[in-house]
Design a protein around this ligand. Structure first.
Ligand code: NAD
Ligand code: WQD
Length: 336
C-alpha cells in the first residue's frame, strides 16, 4: 500500500516508517521538520535498505497535502504530525489548536478531495483524564485538563463525525500510553530539543553526563513506592501496532484502541531498570509533584489483543537498553 505518513520524521513516525517498509508498504513522509530532522528519514532508509519519498510541508497547507496524496497515489494516511508538549500547550493554546486541530481538518479535506478514505490517528492516553477506574478501558469517560489533551479529544470527535458523514471511511484512533525506547540499531530514537519533559530522555541525559541528576516529581503518591506509575511501551512495539491497525482497516469503521503494555511501572522501577541495563548510576532528588501529573495509570489491552492481534512484547529492560544505546551512539541526537 502507498501510505502518507505525516510527522514521519519524528520519534514515533520514524520508527513506524521502518515497520511499514519492512512489511512491504511504500512510504511518503510529509513533515515540516519543526521538531525533527531529515537525517531521521535517511536513517530509516539505512535501517531498512529501502527508500522512501520525503515531502517537506505543513499539514495546514491543504494544497500541498493534496499534491502529495495525488503524486504518490496514496491509499492511506498515518497522522503523527502535531505539537506534543503539554506545558507549552498551556502557554500557547492557539498555536496548539491551530497546528493539531486545524491541521487535522486541512488533512481530512485533502483526503476527501483525493478520495483517500483510510486514516490512523495518534491519540493519547491523556484523553482519559483523572482515572475513574484502572486499567483504563476504551469506554472510560474522556476529559482533559490542558489544550494538548483537549485537542486530542477534539480530533477524536471530529474523526467520529467525519465517519458518520463518510460511512465508507476507515479510521483508527490509537491511544498511546508512554512511548520510550529506540530502534535496536541505535540509529533512530527520541531527540528532544532543550531540556526533556519526559522521564526516559531525562534519565539518558543524566547517564551521559549532560544533566547532574534526575528530579523525581513527587515521592508521596499513593503508589507502591510513592512515585508516579505509568504504562511504558517500547516505540517499536507501538510502531508495529500501526501496521496491525492498517491491516485491520480493510472495512469501513471508526474505532479507538489502547496501545500500551498493560503494566504499570513507577519512576523508581524505570531508574532501577536503567541502572541495571546501562551500568550507570542515576543520581536523583525527590522534588514536589509536577502540576497536572496523575498518580498512576495504565492500559487495559484486551481490545488491542482481540481486535488487532497485537500486544507489546518488549520489556522495560529492553526499553532502557535501547534508549541507552541510542543516547550513547548519538549524544547530540540527529545534530552532527
Ligand atoms: P515528534 O515531535 O517527534 O513528531 C511529530 C512530527 O510532526 C515532527 O517530525 C514534527 O516536525 C512534525 N510536525 C509537527 N507539526 C507539523 C505540521 N504542522 N506539519 C507537518 N509536520 C509537523 O512527536 P512524537 O512523539 O513522534 O509524537 C507523534 C504523535 O503522537 C503526536 O501527534 C503526539 O501528540 C502523539 N503522541 C505522542 C506521545 C509521546 O509521548 N511521544 C504520546 C501520545 C501521543
Ligand atoms: C512519566 C513519569 C512524572 C520527568 C506525558 C504527557 C502525555 C503523553 C506522554 C502525549 C511521571 C515522572 C518525569 C522527570 C519525573 N504525551 N517524571 N521526572 O507525564 O506520563 O506523559 O508524555 O500524549 O500526554 O503528559 O510522561 O515521561 O513526562 O512522566 O519524575 O524529569 O515520570 O512525574 O510520573 P507523562 P513523562
Amino acid at each position: 500500500m502507498n501510505i502518507l505518513v505525516t510527522g514521519g520524521a519524528g520519534y514515533i513516525g520514524s520508527h513506524t516508517c521502518v515497520e511499514l517498509l519492512n512489511a512491504g508498504h511504500r512510504v511518503v513522509v510529509f513533515d515540516n521538520f519543526c521538531n525533527s530532522f531529515p537525517e531521521a528519514v535517511r536513517r530509516v532508509e539505512t535501517i531498512t535498505g529501502k527508500s522512501l519519498a520525503l515531502v517537506e510541508g505543513d499539514i495546514r497547507d491543504r494544497a500541498a497535502i493534496e499534491q502529495a496524496l495525488r503524486q504518490y497515489q496514496c491509499e492511506a494516511v498515518i497522522h503523527f504530525a502535531g505539537l506534543k508538549a503539554v506545558g507549552e500547550s498551556v502557554a500557547k493554546p492557539l498555536e496548539y489548536y491551530d497546528n493539531n486541530v486545524v491541521g487535522t481538518i486541512r488533512l481530512l479535506e485533502a483526503m476527501q478531495a483525493t478520495g483517500v478514505k483510510t486514516i490512523v490517528f495518534s491519540s493519547s492516553a491523556t484523553v482519559y483524564g483523572m482515572p475513574q477506574f484502572l486499567p483504563y478501558r476504551e469506554d472510560h469517560p474522556l476529559s482533559a485538563t490542558n489544550p494538548y489533551g483537549r485537542g486530542k479529544i477534539m480530533v477524536e470527535e471530529i474523526l467520529r463525525d467525519f465517519h458518520v458523514a463518510q460511512p465508507d471511511s476507515r479510521i483508527a484512533l490509537l491511544r498511546y500510553f508512554n512511548p520510550v525506547g529506540a530502534h535496536e540499531s541505535g540509529l533512530i530514537g527520541e531527540d528532544p530539543q532543550g531540556v526533556p519533559n519526559n522521564l526516559m530522555p531525562f534519565v539518558t541525559q543524566v547517564a551521559i553526563g549532560k544533566r547532574d541528576r534526575l528530579n523525581i516529581w513527587g515521592g508521596d503518591y499513593e503508589t507502591p513506592d510513592g512515585t508516579g506509575v505509568r504504562d511504558y511501551i517500547h516505540v517499536t512495539d507501538l510502531a508495529i501496532g500501526h501496521v496491525k491497525a492498517l491491516e485491520y482497516l480493510q472495512k469501513p469503521q471508526c474505532f479507538a484502541v489502547n496501545l500500551g503494555s498493560g503494566q504499570g511501572h513507577s519512576v523508581f522501577d524505570v531508574v532501577k531498570a536503567f541502572e541495571q541495563t546501562s551500568g550507570k548510576n542515576i543520581p536523583y532528588k525527590i522534588e514536589p509533584r509536577r502540576p497536572g501529573d496523575l498518580p498512576a495509570y495504565y492500559a487495559d489491552v484486551t481490545l488491542a489483543k482481540s481486535v488487532l492481534d497485537w500486544e507489546a512484547t518488549r520489556s522495560l529492560k529492553t526499553m532502557c537498553a535501547d534508549s541507552w544505546r541510542w543516547q550513547m551512539n548519538n549524544p547530540n541526537g540527529f545534530r552532527a
